[in-house]
Design a protein around this ligand. Sequence first.
Ligand SMILES: [Zn+2]
Length: 286
Amino acid sequence: MPVQSLKEIVDRSFAERYGVPAINVFNDLTLEAVLAGAVAASSPVIVQTSVKTVRSIGAGLLAAMWQELTRDIPVPVALHLDHCPDRAVITTCLEHGWNSVLFDASELPVAENQRQTIEVVAEARRYGAHVEGEIESITGVEDDHGSDEESARQSLEVQLGFLRETGVDVFAPAIGNAHGSYKTTPVLDGERISQIVAAHPVPIALHGGSGLSDEQFRDLIARGCAKVNISTALKERFMQSELAFLEDARTQEKWDPPSLFRSTRDDVIELVVGFAEVFGSAGKAG
Ligand SMILES: [Zn+2]
């Protein structure tokens, strides 16, 4: 099974209407534990890296860890570059074996975004890789990327034109979702997803997944959200898990790093299994 293309993974989840967890990792422990969580749930998983993570760890080291950790993995996995406006970083990741990229030119006018997305799709195809596209910025700042201002939404006609002209494999429309933590439960425009999918059946990526209710996840996945991005929830679980462990270590005066890592790993695995169950991807690895 091991590493598959993004398209194989999301075309199946789109057809069968489940959501594949697409989780942003930020170090070796989270990379390994997210993969272990997918294996524990017998679920496909998309491992994502932000541009910030690629810059801080380096594409070469990330790719080496990825290859080693996925060599004999029994579930479908793909490595994806999240929100990347920088064409040079996209090229570097494709050269190092990333299976897909989100070219994020949502800050540019749609026509220029579309022109460049066509180029990125052509570049990715030379590596057998796939492309997620977006023409509306997702609200909120994540790993130094983005803005808290809600961006303008495009008409259905403009969205369909973009999908037709670029041939992107996955599309990420704005539906009232946001990166980071929601202060109140967001009101989401699921109808936008249904309209796009009815007119142009393309797997949809749901951004800003951390903090949505199980009902919201199920509704949006049923409408065609085949890739569900999770970033903030993992960061929070990681830090809170370590904090709780370290407070306990201080009380007990026991300072053993491997037990800290084991405890964090267990909590990350539990988080991934929980998402796979809600998204319906658990048990879909076969
Ligand atoms: Zn996002």
